[in-house]
Ligand binder design. Structure first.
Ligand SMILES: Cc1cc2nc3c(=O)[nH]c(=O)nc-3n(C[C@H](O)[C@H](O)[C@H](O)COP(=O)(O)OP(=O)(O)OC[C@H]3O[C@@H](n4cnc5c(N)ncnc54)[C@H](O)[C@@H]3O)c2cc1C
Length: 406
């Protein structure tokens, strides 16, 4: 297999443009995202203007038409500038779920919603989780009943990212946004009875409640209740009964990006802590001189390099799948492996890096402390680490070893 880590000229250019933007607009204000518990709207507006909320959407619908590897290069720059990970979430969710919604959505949906999202006027999120079901998607209660050309959707979604930004029109996005939402169209068929719909959160029939997040506070997280909300049939994503399987594809994308974000965030944390360790003196020496610190640095860095490479392998696998050169299950296995490894690796690295700061590590002004809280969210978001383990084991052992439902 040929291996080539070299970037193309186009990739270099994209990376340089986003780095310049991130250093100028994002990095100086990232701590503020956490303090004020919001991303300043001028940042999302500028990102929208640059097309960063539609990087993976086809050019014919106004997107940048970038492949997952190139979209990952952009994510790197965003994470390096914002260790709260708030912007990483704002970026990677539409890059994953908007892409999948566009792939399976109707022509009218693409023309209407994808075009607006690609132009930065609307944000696309994902809503599978409910108060009573997260890992076990067959346990959801939300239903969608056909009513002429529309569906009537009822239920509750919980712990959903971006509910405030999608709900409030004219602030972060001119038109607010909506979530790719999983519902049963035929509960008797379990996984084969689920369908996906794009549900605009601006609908008056929806009520939103925000949670107080533990970290990455710049991008909201909360629940929404759908009380007989009418959703046009053209907003169904894919065929009826295919929702679960399409959602699994969306998770693969999100997991690969999350793996990359964690690897890059972990490396940035080590870099920041290493700078501090060169300045901070104890017992007459910079603490960077102590081998206890150096050995931690080296072990973590080596593991982060591995996580970084594996994340790109997952993004590359998605690209190969798009080109019809790799199968679905192989992609799922690599993406789950990448997330499983990167989240654990980043958490351990950030924990060590934070210790080098001493007591200054235990303040909210320290970006590495904010990174630690943010990376913790990936124990669960877009599939828990235990579910990643189950997926990898299933793909390696074979499907006959899946534990049966009781
Ligand atoms: C910051 C954040 C943002 C999120 N954003 C979104 C979003 O935008 N959209 C959305 O739909 N969801 C979102 N989620 C929810 C996330 O997808 C769920 O938390 C996740 O799927 C796990 O579901 P759960 O929280 O209900 O945990 P549960 O499914 O109740 O699991 C609880 C624990 O049991 C373990 N477990 C469950 N089943 C098994 C098993 N078979 N074997 C071994 N262990 C098992 C899990 O690993 C976990 O540790 C977000 C979560 C967080 C923390």
């Amino acid at each position: 297999m040929p291996v080539d880590f070299e970037l193309t000229k186009e990739q270099e250019d994209v990376k340089a443009t986003v780095r310049e933007f991130a250093e100028k607009y994002i990095a100086p204000r990232a701590i503020e995202f956490e303090e004020k518990q919001m991303i300043p709207p001028e940042i999302t507006r500028e990102m929208g203007r640059l097309g960063l909320f539609g990087v993976t959407y086809p050019e014919e619908y106004g997107g940048l038409g970038l492949d997952p590897v190139t979209a990952g290069l952009i994510l790197e720059e965003i994470v390096r500038a914002d260790l709260t990970f708030s912007l990483a979430v704002a970026y990677l969710v539409p890059a994953s779920w908007g892409y999948v919604a566009c792939k399976y959505g109707s022509e009218e949906f693409r023309d209407d919603i994808i075009r607006k999202a690609a132009g930065g006027d609307l944000w696309i999120g994902i809503a599978t989780t409910e108060p009573g079901a997260g890992s076990d998607l067959a346990g959801i209660s939300t239903t969608a009943r056909r009513d002429g050309d529309s569906y009537v959707v009822s239920g509750e979604k919980a712990y959903i990212s971006g509910v405030r930004e999608a709900r409030e029109k004219g602030v972060w996005f001119e038109l607010g946004g909506g979530h790719v939402t999983l519902a049963y169209t035929d509960k008797s068929k379990l996984h084969r009875g689920m369908s996906l719909f794009f549900v605009p959160l601006t609908d008056p029939g929806i009520s939103v409640r925000l949670e107080k997040e533990f970290g990455r506070k710049g991008w909201s997280y909360g629940s929404f209740v759908l009380d007989n909300v009418k959703v046009p049939g053209k907003y169904r994503i894919g065929e009826e009964g295919r929702g679960f399987y399409i959602a699994m594809e969306g998770f693969d994308h999100a997991r690969a990006y999350i793996a990359l974000a964690c690897a890059v965030g972990g490396k940035r944390a080590i870099e920041l802590a290493a700078e501090y360790a060169k300045q901070r003196r104890a017992f007459g020496e910079p603490i960077a001189t102590f081998q206890g610190v150096q050995f931690q640095l080296a072990d973590n860095w080596a593991r982060l390099e591995a996580a970084h490479s594996l994340a790109y392998r997952a993004l590359w696998a998605l690209k190969m799948e798009q080109e019809g050169r790799l199968g679905r299950y192989e992609v799922t296995k690599i993406a789950a492996s990448a997330k499983l490894f990167a989240v654990q690796t980043a958490k351990a690295a950030i924990d060590d890096a934070l210790r080098w700061f001493g007591a200054y590590g235990y303040t909210e002004e320290n970006p590495v402390a904010l990174a630690m809280k943010a990376v913790k969210s990936y124990d669960w978001a877009e599939g828990s680490l235990d579910i990643m383990r189950l997926i990898v084991a299933r793909e390696v052992l074979g499907r006959e070893y899946i534990a049966r439902r009781r």
